[in-house]
Design a protein around this ligand. Structure first.
Ligand SMILES: [Fe+2]
Length: 166
């Protein structure tokens, strides 16, 4: 895994140790969100069934949000002096969720799978926040970034969950 800090020193009040820990945590979050983005996009392409049109458009919104978030997470890694996970192999290795392989699930099963993955992603970010909160000096940037991202993911998880309720 490429978590190496760049050699250039910064004078922004954070220590190298804090940045190294932040980069490790954010690279883990990057891996999960990258695979989640890919999976949602693949579902968007391959779904079939009577609910195709509305779900196709809905998943379009989800993966576009995930693309923006993946970009922002990766840029946080760089801003802290780290190097991002740099291949699909590394993303998969760093991710807490599995990619979609083989036969495509039904639309309801896609929604169930994504709900599970969104919840895994939220738990991972919550754990990262708990660790970041113990670091001194505090990496407020990543802390606030993740707290904001958790709230937005919780909203999408609610949408997924509501779709499954009868
Ligand atoms: Fe599309």
């Amino acid at each position: 895994m490429t978590n190496l800090l760049l050699p250039r020193k910064t004078n922004d009040g954070l220590t190298g140790d804090v940045k190294k820990r932040s980069v490790e945590l954010m690279n883990g979050v990057l891996g999960t969100n990258f695979i989640l983005m890919l999976k949602t996009w693949v579902y968007h392409w391959n779904m079939v069934g009577p609910a195709f049109h509305q779900t196709h458009l809905w998943f379009n919104d989800l993966y576009e949000t995930l693309i923006d978030d993946v970009d922002s997470i990766a840029e946080r890694v760089r801003a802290m002096g780290g190097v991002t996970l740099s291949s699909t192999t590394e993303m998969l290795k760093g991710a807490l969720i599995e990619e979609q392989v083989g036969k495509m699930p039904s639309i309801p099963d896609m929604i169930k799978t994504l709900l599970n993955d969104y919840e895994v992603s939220i738990k991972q970010m919550r754990a990262a926040v708990a660790i970041l909160d113990t670091l001194k000096p505090s990496d407020d940037g990543d802390l606030n970034f993740l707290q904001d991202l958790i709230m937005r993911r919780e909203k999408d998880a609610w949408m997924l969950r509501s779709n499954l309720s009868s």
